[in-house]
Design a protein around this ligand. Structure first.
Ligand SMILES: [Zn+2]
Length: 313
């Protein structure tokens, strides 16, 4: 799969780009009427760029909305996200204990919330073999939209690097065997990740470097893996992170949106619980970086995400 600069700017369907409205060839059973999609800071008033969306929505490609942080208000929180245009939310798994709560959310919101299967690098035990076997068997069930999250985390724990490598290699195998994109968590570990991805040729491997916050050189290296995208979230709004400068070298065709909720809230909610409806702030920031309207950013990143996560409707 080629997501490079030659990839089409906007995905599959015919779009009417002549007027204010973008119309795709999708039909959404729950979205028959025009939806007003507004910046959360301007709810209740006419926002400068409230846009009328016939069928434009955005996808939060990485959100842990099944965690206990959302137990008290999950339904309200999801309604808020959906009403602001975040129509799809992809849920990366953490460990064996989180699977049931994730599947419960997916069952309750089947048009909006989709589960992945994997083992977070910080949850890899001393002896990962039996746990990886157990998770591997669950791939025979058919509801997963991606493999993850996996990767290497050397920030929290350097002692289990061997086990993390073993787990990551297994996730690459699952990704290829089940034809699902790989969702990679890299924390102080890009070098390790690149070495593992280049250990063997993995033709057809696709995925996302989730919560990307590296420098320009690292971004270029990530994008040298043709089937991969960068997941961009709240870190974009953190001044010190310098991500806007880095993204100037990254084609918009290689970016997907994510919150990593409940973590990494964008400014002005930094330090508080994050939730999918806050993606508007990331969209806003991306629109400044790329000098495109929020509608165009929404269209393009949604098109990117649906090319990558081929199992979501
Ligand atoms: Zn995550």
């Amino acid at each position: 799969m080629n997501f490079g600069p030659s990839a089409p700017l906007v995905g599959n369907g015919p779009y009417n780009r002549g007027g204010k409205h973008y119309i795709s060839d999708r039909t959404e059973p729950y979205n028959q009427n025009p939806v007003f999609f507004s910046h959360p800071a301007n709810l209740g008033q006419i926002a400068p760029y409230i846009f009328l969306l016939l069928d434009v929505f955005i996808i939060d490609t990485h959100t842990h909305i099944y965690l206990p942080e959302f137990d008290a208000d999950r339904d309200d929180m999801l309604q808020r996200a959906i009403s602001r245009g975040v129509q799809r939310m992809l849920m990366p798994n953490i460990d064996i204990a989180s699977i049931d709560s994730m599947l419960a959310v997916a069952a309750k919101w089947p048009l909006h919330c989709f589960p992945m299967l994997g083992l977070h690098p910080c949850s890899v035990p001393d002896e990962p073999g039996p746990l990886l076997e157990q998770i591997g068997e669950l791939f025979e069930e058919n509801h997963w939209v991606a493999v993850g999250e996996t990767g290497i985390d050397l920030y929290w724990d350097k002692s289990r690097i061997g086990q993390q490598r073993e787990s990551f290699r297994r996730h690459i195998e699952w990704s290829l065997r089940y034809n699902l994109p790989l969702v990679i968590h890299a924390r102080e570990s890009f070098h390790e990740i690149f070495v593992l991805l280049e250990e063997k040729p993995y033709p057809g491997l696709t995925g996302v470097f989730h919560c990307f916050s590296g420098d320009a050189e690292t971004a270029a290296k990530c994008l040298s893996f043709e089937g991969f995208m960068l997941g961009i979230g709240g870190v974009l709004t953190y001044k010190k992170a310098g991500l806007p400068e880095v993204l100037k070298e990254v084609p918009i065709t290689r970016i997907v949106l994510e919150t990593d909720a409940p973590y990494l809230s964008p400014v002005p909610f930094r330090g508080k619980r994050n939730e999918p409806s806050y993606l508007m702030y990331v969209l806003d920031e991306l629109s400044k970086v790329y000098e495109l309207s929020p509608e165009e950013i929404a269209l393009q990143t949604t098109s990117n995400a649906t090319r990558l996560f081929t199992r979501i409707p």
